[in-house]
Design a protein around this ligand. Structure first.
Ligand SMILES: *Cc1c(COP(=O)(O)O)cnc(C)c1O
Length: 230
């Protein structure tokens, strides 16, 4: 199995989904989710032209990012504990998983000390799933009002991680809910929220039809993960 071939296939499927939805595929960024994979494997994707990578654990970010070419971009897509913010900020261009006002404020303060202007997304638990991180949809408007006043962080939009469902159509309502929430909150606050981070290997085509601008794709590019090797 070749990562270059998988990547080409996924890029083609992103373009097909965009075309089907009448969207310009330039408005969709493919994030190659490289969690659990070593630098040698990630390098194959970089060699094949992939530039944006996603990791969900700070430990992996600290290990991999400094070992790879500086022109690659890294997004943190997993839960961020406050005490790890200082380490991760210099290495990640975007943090998808901001799930409290306190965390946004802390990122802002530390970014100020480090003279950084990180892009962030607010993670929303649109399905109100007890097992998932994220803000309740009802909290988002107030938090957008607060976060948009911060000096350093650039609030770019919303992100969601619905529970896995083998039938992508079952997940569609959650993607649609995130888009509708974005429209409602942007209208109410006057804050533009251009990015929607949603969709993974098995359902990114549906997410693109519902407006995703950032899709997070791991196993379709790198193969099945082996968590026992971590
Ligand atoms: C692992 C992960 C992905 C990618 O999942 P695949 O099913 O392998 O594409 C996307 N988003 C988040 C938040 C993840 O943790």
């Amino acid at each position: 199995m070749s990562i270059a071939k998988n990547l080409k296939d996924v890029v083609g499927r992103v373009a097909d989904a965009a075309a089907k939805a009448g969207r310009d595929s330039n408005g969709i960024t493919l994030i190659a989710v490289s969690k659990t994979w070593p630098v040698s494997v990630i390098q194959e994707a970089a060699d094949a032209g992939q530039r944006v990578f996603g990791e969900n654990k700070v430990q992996e970010v600290l290990k991999k990012v400094p070992a790879m070419a500086p022109e690659l971009k890294w997004h943190l897509i997993g839960h961020l504990q406050k005490n790890k913010t200082r380490k991760v900020l210099p290495l990640c261009a975007m943090i998808h998983s901001v799930d409290s006002l306190a965390l946004a404020q802390q990122i802002d303060r530390i970014a100020g000390e480090l003279a950084l202007t990180p892009e962030i997304l607010l993670q929303v638990n649109v399905a109100a799933d007890d097992a998932k991180f994220g803000l309740a949809a009802s909290e988002v408007e107030n938090i957008v009002n607060e976060v948009s006043q911060l000096e350093q962080v650039k609030l770019r939009g919303l992100m969601t991680v619905p529970a896995f469902d083998p039938y992508p159509e079952k997940v569609r309502p959650h993607f649609a809910a995130l888009r509708e929430l974005r429209e409602r909150v942007a209208a109410a606050t006057g804050v533009e929220l251009p990015e929607l981070s949603m969709g993974m290997s098995h359902d990114f085509h549906v997410a693109i039809e519902e407006g995703a601008t950032l899709v997070r794709v791991g196993s379709s590019i790198f193969g099945q993960r082996d968590y026992s090797q971590r």
